[in-house]
Design a protein around this ligand. Structure first.
Ligand code: KMH
Ligand code: ZN
Length: 277
């Protein structure tokens, strides 16, 4: 069986301490949570950062502090958000890549996000793809709705992203594509050959879609960004607790858990380094 790559999305831009008391907010807390998730079996850490008041920010220095702090302690793959929070400008969002992470997210279309609108018009998406390519940072394509797959294919046709493409299906955001396994199946069936993919189910769907992804040969994202509960009515104690559970299930399902080094090889993370460094 193909190894499973587990991503831990630790912070996000929307969850608050009031909702989840164990949410890491300061650089030191985020670094510590990342190391715990790595020790529990995560190969990728998906990163957002918060300012001193706990608000979402794309501040370059905060991202640098977190990425360098994680790298000083383990070899887990660092993946920064270029999505940031609803309402941020493109320039603001792109600050996160200055710290030269291993990966960064790239959302390929605009979508409702609760009452907000997560703006990703075509020229913004092309600019983001270009900037990642120039910097030698491998994108993970965030798919919040089916049309975003077509847009990703358009970027591939323009030479702005290259195979193998890593997709993350973010399912169950209010206003976006629902967390229906039939949608996941449809999208996975329509991926270009050689693609890799993971699923990020919102709320209670994190566990069920994660298990479905394990059965389908895909990868899984867990963590407080998408889900703060361990089970109905019971908050998770830590991000690592959510990682440890999906690791246990993966092992039961005979899916070996990829180390960061194995994940780097599967995702071909060194692919741009030869040309751009
Ligand atoms: N916070 C969402 C509006 C990403 O990290 O690239 C966008 C998001 C996606 O979280
Ligand atoms: Zn995110």
């Amino acid at each position: 069986m193909q190894s499973v790559i587990i991503t831990a999305a630790l912070v996000g831009a929307e969850v608050s301490r009031e909702q989840q008391p164990a949410l890491p907010l300061t650089p030191q807390e985020i670094i510590q949570a990342a190391v715990e998730c790595y020790e529990a079996g995560a190969a990728i850490i998906h990163l957002h950062v918060r300012d001193a008041d706990g608000n979402a920010t794309q501040d370059a220095q905060l991202f640098r502090a977190v990425v360098e702090g994680i790298r000083a302690r383990c070899d887990v793959i660092t993946q920064v958000s270029t999505g940031g929070a609803v309402g941020m400008s493109a320039d603001e969002r792109l600050q996160s890549i200055a710290c030269q992470p291993d990966m960064a997210t790239l959302t390929t279309g605009t979508v409702n996000f609760g009452e907000g609108v997560f703006m990703n018009n075509r020229s913004l998406v092309e600019t983001f793809a270009q900037r990642l390519q120039q910097a030698g940072i491998v994108p993970e394509i965030e798919i919040f709705d089916v049309g975003m797959l077509d847009e990703a294919m358009r970027l591939r046709g323009m030479g702005l992203i290259s195979a193998p493409i890593q997709f993350d299906f973010v399912l169950g955001v209010p206003g976006a594509l629902g967390a229906d396994p039939a949608y996941l199946l449809h999208m996975v069936r329509n991926l270009p050959a050689g693609s890799t993919w993971s699923v990020a189910g919102m709320g209670r769907h994190q566990l069920t879609l994660g298990v479905i992804a394990l059965a389908m040969g895909g990868n899984v994202r867990v963590g407080f960004e998408d889900n703060i509960y361990f089970r109905k009515g019971q908050l998770a104690r830590s991000n690592a607790e959510l990682v440890a559970r999906i690791v246990r299930i993966a092992k039961e399902m005979e899916r070996p858990v990829a180390t960061p080094a194995q994940a780097r090889a599967i995702l071909q993370l060194d692919r741009y380094k030869i040309v751009s460094k």
